[in-house]
Design a protein around this ligand. Sequence first.
Ligand code: NAP
Length: 293
Amino acid sequence: MPSSRPTKIAVIGSGLMGSALARAFAAAGHEVAVWNRTPAKARAVGGGTLAFENLGEAVSGRELVVVSLSNYAAFSELVSSTSVAAALAGTTLVQITSGSPADARGGLEWAKAHGVDYLDAAILAYPAFVATDYATVFYAGSKATFDRHAETLQAIARNSVFVDEKIGSAATLDCAILEAYYGGTLAVLHAAAMCKAEGLDPKAFFAQKNSFLGLISVTADAAQGMIDRNDFSGDQCSLNTHVAAIEHIVRLSTDARISARFPKELLENYRRALGAGLGEKELPAVFSTLKQD
Ligand code: NAP
């Protein structure tokens, strides 16, 4: 749907994500300048965007500047140019480059020193999902700045979530979700490898997707309450029993000569909780041992 208030936007970075973001803003009726280190990629964005070869000119006079680069170091390098920094003064910069909370704090510090309003953001979507219901963007920073641009930012993701004024909060939530995603995905892939190594078609495992995802969901809900109360007692299954189950996974992996690195790492983490005297507690008790590292 075309925006009721067309905004002058610049998108810095025409990689896979930056290109998708720029096209989504343009499709929503905004006036979009694009810039990329390798100019041919900026010219290829299309969708009604205007490619610039000079970064200062691309961002000059723009209300909103959206950054999507490989990392924050690339951003720091670009804005170390005094003419670029001067051209950004007075704009709102939305950093959608993935990073850590410390990166976000560094970004805010730079922005404050250069008269730039700053939102730190994290996108949870593949480029193909940008602008759809399946894209979520987390925002952190000044709520007033977010509110001023919320309607415009809606063009890139139907789910725009303001997390907190703490500038690192969007990156924190992104890292938390990504850890669950990457860790969970590795577990799923290792599980499929175990099936294959034992001559069981991995399809038999994938057919049980709802049961293992359901189990994780129930455990996450229980963990939330237990962490909140700092009480991990229960009457369902002790950590001692869980650890015995993980030992079977290590044994299977070793016997079947597939990598046992992942289950061994699991075992080490859960055993550490037994060492801390939590063997009779429920599974989420491991949480209380994590801050010791
Ligand atoms: P990409 O296709 O590899 O694009 C990287 C961009 O960064 C390119 O525009 C590249 O310019 C630029 N760049 C790298 N180093 C630079 C430097 N030193 N100076 C100037 N420009 C530099 O990566 P992407 O997939 O678009 O990812 C961009 C950001 O989105 C990352 O932070 C990523 O974590 C995040 N993200 C991506 C996805 C995804 O599914 N793709 C999902 C969520 C978040 P050149 O073209 O000149 O190399």
